[in-house]
Each structure stands twice: as structure tokens, then as C-alpha cells.
Ligand binder design. Sequence first.
Ligand code: 3PG
Length: 422
Amino acid sequence: MPGKPWDIFTLDDFNLKGRTVLVRVDINSPLDPKSGRILDDYRIRSHLSTIRDLDKSKVIILAHQSRPGKIDYTSLSSHALRMSQLLGKRVEYVDGLFDSHVRQRVRSLGPGEKILLENTRFYAEEIVLKGEKEHSKHENTHIVQHLAPMIDFFVHDAFAAAHRAQPTLVGFTELVPNLAGRVMQKELEDMGKAFQPDLSPKIALLGGVKVEDSIDVARHMLEEGSMDQVLTMGVIGHVFMLAKGIDLGEGSVSFLENEFPNYQKLVDQASSMLDKWGDKIKVPTDVAVEGNGRRNVVSLTGLPTPEPIMDIGIETIIDYTKHIEQAKLILVNGPAGAFEYDKFSIGTTEIFRAVAHSDAYTIVGGGHSIAVLEKLDLFKSIDHISTGGGSCINFLAGRAMPGIEALERSKRIFKKGPFQTP
Ligand code: 3PG
């Protein structure tokens, strides 16, 4: 149950000096598709607190970048470089995950040394077992079986991937004590505050392009009552507009067809959600498109348009701002439109500013949202900025989080073991 005091080990429960510690982080970052340059290093910066607190240990870092088939699915060499620069100490990139040269390097590690291994998703086991519920399947992978005998502790710091069950996230649970890293600890503490009973009304503003995840999570939020209202924007808003029977026009529909070959199924899902919770789901009532190089606001009666929808319009901004002003808990995940273009950044800017000025407990998650906060200089006005996108909304929806469950299970197993600092 989210919000409860988590019974998990942290770095403070053990003397880690001189011990070999495997740390799973989430430094999955936006990259420039041409140069491979890291465009936003928020997640890398976040994990430095954990790496610094392990300065007397022998540290092996595990991470993933993107998914097979995506343009930013790359090796982690530039991540190691950026981490070294930010840390002011060398983080050596080792080109492999459990091959003999990797194992040799791990055995030769000295206290204070840090290595970052290869993108875990380059290895089939990590991909094919994604979502596997049976624990032994993760534990019995080559990845886990090769790495586990060389380590004393596993630190789970990848809150942003804690909604995933994959070997490098949950496979070490029963083999060595699993400890929450500093990012995981802070996320659980700060996100847990969202479950205080007096924080109502609770609203979730769901935008961006991760439509499948968001629709599913929105349904769970309304079913379980973990949110009172869901305000849709970005591409998620487009799907709900279609579900309302609004014809958006060729530009928006062909974008959806290209990005989500199953988009009709998503529209059907959105439609049955509207049937059930029509009063709890807000859908944009006007939008902005490009016309003659300018921003044109179009009301629903002006649709369809041949141009793709790029932002929400002023009427929607005003309406959503009213809800923001009345809310006691606000979750924002994803921008309201194509924020990277100045003329279509208005919806996102106004919504994020309204959230920043609200008295509610505010949580913002997801890579694009963090980029927006950075650009608008709103970092200090948000109560909690989550490293997680999907994991943040899943956590707040009250869904199962395999990564956190693994930490709890590991503590139950190793509580009475010989490991604990006296
Ligand atoms: C994220 O960016 O949300 C996490 O790194 C998880 O990535 P995934 O959705 O590809 O599993």
C-alpha cells in the first residue's frame, strides 16, 4: 500500500566500507539522435547522492538506456563520462555485462573505484523477462547468476524503473541484501506524502505522448479513487477527444496512426472510461494548430483541421487552471503540447506556472516535464520532482511496484542474517 512506512533496508543499515556493491540506477536520458549527446542529465545528477555515499565501497553500476528499436537505444559510454564529470571522480565504462573481462575487472576493483557496465537491455534476458511475475525466472538468468556471486549487496536506486520486473531490477532479491539507494528513499518519502487523507481534491494532469501507459494508469486512478479527476492534454488529450466523437482531422489522426498502430483500441478504451467517469475526466475544449506559420486557436466547432493539433487553447488553459487552483494534490506528467516550439509552448507554460503557484502538494514526473521545469526555472516551486515518469504515475495510482516489493521481500529474508551492522 503506497504511503505506508516502507520496511526496507537503506544504505544506513550496513557498514558498506570495502564491500562490493552492485547499484541499479535509472539514467535513461533523452539523447540527441545524431550525436548521441545527453540532452538532459537530471537522472544522472539525482543518483550522485547514492554514489557519493558509497565512496568507500567497490561500486558496480547497472543501468539501461531506451528500448530495442528506438533511435536512442545506445551504449552507456557517454553516461559514464557525464557521471564522471558531475561526480568529479572517474566512473569507468566497461563494455559488457557479465562477460569474462567484466568479471575480471569486478574482481580487481578497489575501494572507491566505480565502474558502469553496459546497457542492460542489450541482453535478451532483460527484454524477454520484462513483466515476468515468477521470481525464480529473474534469479536464474545468466545476468544475475554471473554477477551475484561477486557482490555483497544490491542497491536498488532505480525508482524510475521500479514499476518494471526485470532481472537487473528484481533478480538479486533473495541472493544478497537489497538496499534502497538515496533516490529510492527520497522518492518513497516524498511521494508517500501524496496519500495523506486530507489532500483532496486530487487531480492528475496527464499529457505527453506515452498514451498507452497513461490511459491504463488513468483508469486505475479513477477506479481506485487515488485521484478525483484526470485532466487530459498532449496526445493523451487527442485520444480522449476522438473518444468523445470529435473529428480532429487528417494531420492529428495520421500522427496517431504512425505512432500507435493500435490507436483505435486506445480510443475505445478512452471511450469506455468516459462512459463510466465522464464527470471526472476533463478533455480539451479548444486546441492550437499551425496556419501560415502562426499559432491558430481552433474551437471544437472549428474541427476537423488538416493540420495536426500542437497545443491546447486558451479556453482549456483557463478551465484547467481553475481546477489547479482548487486542488490540494496535483500530479503532472507530460507537457500539454509541442513545447519545443515557442508558439506551441503556451499551454504547457501556463499549466506548469499555475501548478507552481498553487498551494497544493505538487508532484511533477517524467523526463519531458523536468525539461519544462528547467526551461521555465520552476524547480524550486514544485514540492517533489520525481525521477520517474511511468513509475511516478503508477505509484500514485496505487499500482503494484515490483521493484519496491523486491526491497521489502529482501529485508524479510535478510533481516536476521549476519550482514547487519551491530
Ligand atoms: C523511464 O524512462 O520511464 C524508465 O527508464 C523506464 O523505461 P521503460 O518505460 O522503457 O521501461
